[in-house]
Design a protein around this ligand. Structure first.
Ligand code: SF4
Length: 455
């Protein structure tokens, strides 16, 4: 709390100070290099003392060092400030997965190659392993993309693709696509092969058909396994996933088993659950946040529901407007070992100006697809998921052409160029696609402000 002192400043006004009464002050104030060798001993600052700009501070000590953490004065008081954009400090555990952003600054070699107009391998690929599913979640985007029972990338094509990824330097593969990955029996061999070749893998699954006899292979090799679960109660599960409520128990048991195996064997694999927020699961947010803590997963992330450019799912982002408080309550259930996080950037789309809230992008060109390619569960390669099945943007089929040849060939780069030259991101693309964060970064890079040397 600031207080007036007896002294006047050089404008004749009474001086105001925030210095705590019991802070050790040097006898002669002033710049320490000029007039004093004493500095304030931070360890003697009282804990939780209110200070400037509506922030509170907390003193922390460890490894013989002491420091201060500033907290913003929000109701939950959980968020440290600022650390909004440039990334978390080591203390900001809540931000350690960077769900609501991108990691392009760690791949500047590819960015430089792109700037030089060279051909390079994507940093990451999201791919479906099948084009069908054993549940029928009501938010599912894939249903507008010709899901076909029994269609899946064949094992030999998948394994050859993974070898290519290792050879050309693809950094990571997310088995996250149109169909359920555990319905492809090659999942386990593909994961182990990628691990051997130094390609990171991850998976998003409904978790019902996991082969627990082979769970070790996944836990040993994968960076993370994310369970698609948008409910915290059996009733909610039935409603949103259109699956029998007894499957809710099966899923919980499978997650518990993986958590136990991970702990028992010290696997690094991160285990998380993800909710796709739609009105039918608004009431499930808090129960699921509590369920995640009970199951012992590492995180619970809540994201917006993606719709097609024709809005076939009928998602209305205005529905999210009243959810802020409840989502903050869920985030407040985070602990040091359990992150609950909302993808605010996308959830808050409806709070944007009328221009942006209806899908107008904050950039004019999609440059991101060469860095993040998406492959359909039938083995067909496209620049991005929303363009699956659009012949104009089909790069090739992994059953017919090797991925290495594709990346080195003409068609691959023609399609990416077609995207950046011809796609009107404001009209042809739905709100918040996978490449959206990357596109913002690349747009800034291509359109620098004045005086960039004044960093
Ligand atoms: S901006 Fe459009 S073209 Fe680019 S990745 Fe997103 S949906 Fe695809």
């Amino acid at each position: 709390m600031s207080k007036e002192t007896d002294q006047t400043n050089r404008y004749g006004k009474r001086a105001v100070t925030n210095i705590p009464d019991d802070a050790p002050l040097s006898e002669r104030p002033g710049h320490k290099l000029r007039s004093s060798t004493e500095i304030v001993d931070r360890r003697r600052l009282p804990p939780d003392s209110p200070t400037v700009q509506g922030q509170t501070i907390q003193t922390v000590e460890g490894d013989g060092e002491s420091g201060l953490i500033r907290f913003s004065d929000t109701e939950s008081g959980e968020h440290q400030v600022p650390n909004q954009f440039t990334g978390p400090s080591f203390r900001t555990k809540q931000e350690r997965f960077r769900f609501d952003g991108h990691k392009m600054i760690y791949h500047l070699d590819r960015v430089q190659a792109w700037k030089r107009g060279e051909r390079f391998a994507p940093v990451h690929i999201d791919m479906g392993l099948t084009k069908f599913c054993n549940t029928a979640c009501i938010y599912c985007y894939a249903v507008v993309q010709n899901m076909t029972r029994g269609t899946l990338i064949q094992s030999d094509a998948l394994l050859r693709f993974i070898e290519d990824c290792g050879q050309i330097g693809v950094k990571s593969l997310g088995f996250i696509g149109d169909g359920e990955p555990t319905l492809n029996p090659a999942l386990y061999d593909a994961t182990s092969l990628a691990h051997t070749l130094g390609v990171d893998t991850a998976m998003a699954t409904n978790g019902l058909l996991l082969d627990l006899d082979r769970a070790h292979e996944l836990l040993r090799a994968m960076s993370y396994i994310r369970f698609n679960l948008s409910a915290g109660t059996p009733e909610g599960f039935q409603r949103v996933h259109q699956s029998h409520s007894r499957n809710f128990d099966i899923l919980k048991e499978n997650i518990r088993t993986l958590v136990a195996l991970k702990r028992q064997h010290g696997y690094d694999c991160t285990l998380g659950i993800q909710m796709v927020l739609i009105p039918e699961c608004f009431d499930e947010v808090i129960p699921e946040a509590e369920l995640g803590a009970e199951l012992g997963v590492d995180y619970f992330v809540i994201k917006h529901c993606s719709d097609s450019e024709y809005k076939e799912l009928g998602v209305d982002y205005d529905d999210y407007r009243d959810m802020g408080e409840r989502l903050q309550q869920a985030e407040a259930l985070s602990t040091d070992n359990y992150v609950v996080q909302v993808k605010w950037n996308k959830i808050n789309a409806a709070g944007e100006t009328p221009l942006y809230k209806d899908g107008y992008r904050k950039y004019d060109v999609c440059y991101g697809t060469p860095f993040l390619v998406q492959i359909s569960g039938n083995g067909k390669v496209y620049p991005c998921g929303p363009f699956f099945n659009k012949e104009r943007f089909l790069i090739g089929d992994l059953h017919e052409t090797s991925f290495k040849e594709m990346v080195q060939g003409e068609r691959y780069w023609q399609v990416h160029k077609d995207v950046s030259d011809s796609v009107d991101v404001h009209k042809d693309c739905a709100i918040g696609c996978r490449q959206d964060y990357i596109n913002k970064f690349l747009w800034d890079l291509e359109n620098p402000p004045e005086h960039v040397n004044f960093i």
